[in-house]
Design a protein around this ligand. Sequence first.
Ligand SMILES: CC(C)(COP(=O)(O)OP(=O)(O)OC[C@H]1O[C@@H](n2cnc3c(N)ncnc32)[C@H](O)[C@@H]1OP(=O)(O)O)[C@@H](O)C(=O)NCCC(=O)NCCS
Length: 350
Amino acid sequence: MSEVNTKELIEQLKDSKSEDDRKKCIPLLQEYLRGHPDDAVAWYDLAGCFDFIGLETDAEPCYKRTFDLGYKNLPEKEQSGFFVGYGSTLRNNLKFSESKDVLQKAVEEFPNYPALDVFLAFTLYTEGKFKDAAQKLFSAVGKLDGKPFDGYERAIKYYVDNLENHPESPGPATIETDRLLLRPLTDADVESVFEYCSDPEVSKFTTWSPHKTLEDSRALISYAKKNYQRNIPEPYAITLKSEPKKVVGTVGWFWVSEPHKNIEVAYALAKNLWGQGLMLEASKAVLNAAMKNHDINRISSRCIAENSGSARVMEKLGMKYEGTQRQVMFVKGKFVDLKLYAVLKSEWQS
Ligand SMILES: CC(C)(COP(=O)(O)OP(=O)(O)OC[C@H]1O[C@@H](n2cnc3c(N)ncnc32)[C@H](O)[C@@H]1OP(=O)(O)O)[C@@H](O)C(=O)NCCC(=O)NCCS
C-alpha cells in the first residue's frame, strides 16, 4: 500500500468507535511509524488504539513516546485528553507514582479541565489514598458546572466496573522495586494465582497443599482481602514490572505479637522464576516498608527443615538461625520440623 493510502486509511479508522476498526488501524500505524518514528501524533493514535481495545501494556510505551517527543506537538484540543489516557494507562498498569506525577502535572497545566482531576482521584483512590481522592473529586464536581463529561463516560464505566473486583479496602500501597511491582491481590488474579499455586514443586516444602481448583486460589485471595481490611499486608501479589497483571508469587507479613512488636514473613514464587534473586528483592522491599511504617522490633520466618532455598533467602535477609522447632506442625499427613530464623530491628539493614 502506498504511504498516502496508508495515511488515508489510518485517518478513517483511528477514531472509530468499533474495536475491529481500531485493531485494523494498529498495523497500519506501526508501518507508518517505522518511516516516521518522531511523529508524536501517530504515536498518540497508536496508544489510543491499543487503549481502546484494552491492551494497556502495549499502549503505555506509545503514550510515553508521545510524552518524550513533546505533547505540545499534538493539536491543542487533544493535549489534555492525552494526559487522561497516559495517566489512566499508567494507573491501570499499577504504576501509581508515575500516574500521579503525570496527572498532577496535567492538572496544574490545564486547571479548568475537570476530567483530569477525576482521573487523578481514581489513581489516588486505587492507591488507597481515600481522603486525597475525595478532595480531588469534590473539586472536580465544582468545576463541572453542569457541563457534560467530554466523552469520558466509557473510561469511567470501565474503571467503575473494574473497581468491583477490588476489595473494599484496596489494601497495602504498591511497592516498586527494580524488577517488580508488589501490590494487593484482587479477584481478577485468580487464574494467575492458580497457575503457580497448582504446581506441586512450588508447594513441595510449604505448609499449604497445591491448589486443585480455582476455588483454592479464590480462598487465598479472600484470606488476603480480609487481612487488608485489618491493615495486614499478607500477602502482597508479586508481579513482574513487564507484566503487572500476572501474579507470579506472594510475599507478606503478619503480626506474631503486636504488643511485643514481632512479625513473621512468608513467601512463594512461580518455579520458572526461581534463582534470579527475585524473592530477596521482594521480601527486602516489603520488610523495609514494614520497618518504616510500623513499630517492629523483630522479624522472624520459618521453613520446613529441608527447604534450603527458603533458608538461604532468610540468611540473605540478615536473619540468624535460632533453632529447629521439632515436629511443630502436622503438614500433609506428617509432623514436620521447622527451622526458625529472625532478625532484630538493631540488626536490620535496609
Ligand atoms: C524459596 C523461594 C522463595 C526462593 O526464591 P528465589 O527468588 O528463587 O530466591 P532468590 O533467587 O532471591 O535467592 C536468594 C538466595 O537463595 C539461594 N537459593 C534459592 N533457591 C535455592 C535452593 N533451592 N537451594 C539453595 N539455595 C537457593 C539463591 O542462590 C540466593 O543465594 P545466593 O545469592 O547466595 O546465590 C522459592 O524457591 C520458592 O518460592 N519456593 C517454593 C515456595 C516456598 O518454599 N516458600 C517458602 C516457604 S517457607
